[in-house]
Design a protein around this ligand. Structure first.
Ligand SMILES: [Zn+2]
Length: 454
């Protein structure tokens, strides 16, 4: 029987009936590759006469014990997991190659081992000796953790079925392969099938399985996005190379809040937890300078202060440059347009660079006002009032909208020694923090106050 060829996108996992240079589903280029078709042959031809064992039906009212989180003792990791690992669950940890995922997972597995869980670490990336050397460097050599170097899922599952660990780390999902599938390791079909086998094992045996997934740039290897829907929890490990800070962010969590972050610092002895991220993100800051604004943000359940830096300079190019690191480029364009249209501050002919210090990626619209303040400060070469934080959302009309959790943001600012806050007029209620509030109804009012223009 001749098999029809199928094509899959290695970025989003969409299947296509024919090859194309660009994936219709996610818009990525050069990610559509030939792939083995999913199950063919007699098994795929319907259920036939053979009956299954049936399933268990129960009432809605039946009490179900809440998910029991088992903490590792690494509080930044536990926070992102929603309190710890949940038995019979699958966690995906994605991130760029070389960012430190293996270090994080080795430390996490050792921490779970020391917390009394039976932990197994399977690496398909390195030899056992390499992992042992890393464990020595991280001072984990004596941790109760068992190690294997293997890529065949048949061998891995056979052992896991025998050993029945509480936690199994699989590093990485792209190196695992099933011999029943006739396509290369790292292909969408292999990665999906391997993730399916491992999550099924987790559910069946009550184990927690942690899958490591590399975010890939080249199109031949499937990225972690293709298995996001199959797991209970999706974490991404982020950071800029050359920066020591790493952020573990939950983008999906069936057992806890999403958008929670844990902050780590990469040191010679591995990842160190950062208990007070605001102090860290503001640590490198000197005296208030033009182009700098401190944003009082909320990451997950806790407030985090960070510095937003802007540089505005005459452009030598025909088309002025717009560059944003740690902030959405589309949102930057919107704020520039509002400044121009509603406040009469043109940026034409000027290059604009925006940077969130410390390698943090800010996604909150509440950072709009801090971005605008940094841009204005840079353009006018005038520093913002010292010891002040900024937050608020900007609408297309130029009006300022209040951000949630105002009191929490102000409390964090007060704790770090700030004395005033620039906020939307509608969020300026009496605050118990003692900070002086400078409320503004819209962006034009802020521009008028700051620069005497309007
Ligand atoms: Zn795609």
């Amino acid at each position: 029987m001749a098999r029809a060829l199928v094509y899959s996108c290695t970025s989003c996992g969409a299947s296509h009936s024919k090859w194309s240079g660009r994936c219709d589903a996610c818009g990525a280029w050069n990610t559509v590759v030939e792939d083995a078709p999913l199950s063919t042959g007699p098994k795929a031809q319907g259920l036939g006469a053979k009956r299954g064992r049936g399933m268990v039906l129960s009432d809605l009212a039946q009490a179900e014990a809440p998910a029991a989180h088992r903490p590792s003792g690494l509080s930044e990791l536990d926070r992102v997991l929603g309190g710890g690992l949940v038995p019979a669950s699958a966690v995906l940890v994605g991130g760029d190659p070389g960012i430190g995922k293996s270090t994080l997972l080795l430390q996490a597995a050792a921490a779970f081992g020391r917390a009394g869980l039976d932990a197994v670490y399977v690496t398909g990336e390195e030899a056992r000796a390499q992992v042992r050397m890393r464990a020595g460097r991280l001072d984990l050599a004596d941790a109760p953790l068992r190690l294997a170097s293997e890529t065949s899922l048949r061998e891995i599952l056979t052992t896991l079925e025998e050993v029945r660990p509480d936690v199994a780390v699989i590093d990485s999902i792209q190196t695992m392969w099933l011999d029943s599938i006739d396509s290369a390791p790292g292909s969408v079909t292999q990665v999906r099938a391997a993730a399916h086998e491992l999550t099924t094992f987790a559910k069946r045996r009550g184990a927690a399985v942690i899958l490591v997934g590399h975010v890939t740039k080249e199109g031949q290897i499937a990225g972690p996005r293709v298995v996001e829907h199959m797991v209970d929890t999706v974490l991404y490990f982020e950071g800029e190379r050359g920066h020591p800070y790493r952020i573990l962010r939950s983008v999906k969590n069936r057992f806890g809040p999403a958008d929670e972050i844990g902050v780590f610092e990469m040191t010679g002895a591995g990842l160190a937890e950062v208990a007070n991220p605001s102090a860290l993100f503001l640590g490198e800051r000197d005296a208030p300078a033009p182009g700098s604004a401190v944003f009082a943000g909320i990451e997950g359940t806790r407030p985090v202060l960070c510095e937003i830096q802007a540089l505005v300079a005459p452009s030598p190019h025909a088309q002025a440059r717009r560059s944003a690191v740690g902030w959405d480029g589309g949102r930057l364009a919107m704020i520039l347009a509002v400044l121009e249209a509603r406040c009469g501050i043109p940026f034409a002919g000027l290059d604009v660079y925006l940077n969130v210090a410390g390698g943090l990626r800010v996604r909150e619209p509440a950072a709009d006002l801090a971005v605008a303040a940094a841009l204005l400060s840079a353009r006018e070469d005038a520093a913002l009032p010292p010891q002040s934080v900024v937050f608020g959302e900007i609408s297309l009309s130029g009006a300022l909208r209040p951000a949630g959790q105002t009191e929490n943001r102000l409390k964090e600012a007060a704790k770090l020694g700030f004395s005033s806050a620039i906020v939307p007029a509608r969020s300026a209620r009496a605050s118990e923090t003692g900070l002086t509030l400078h409320p503004f109804p819209d962006l034009a009012a802020l521009v008028g106050e700051m620069f005497g223009a309007g």
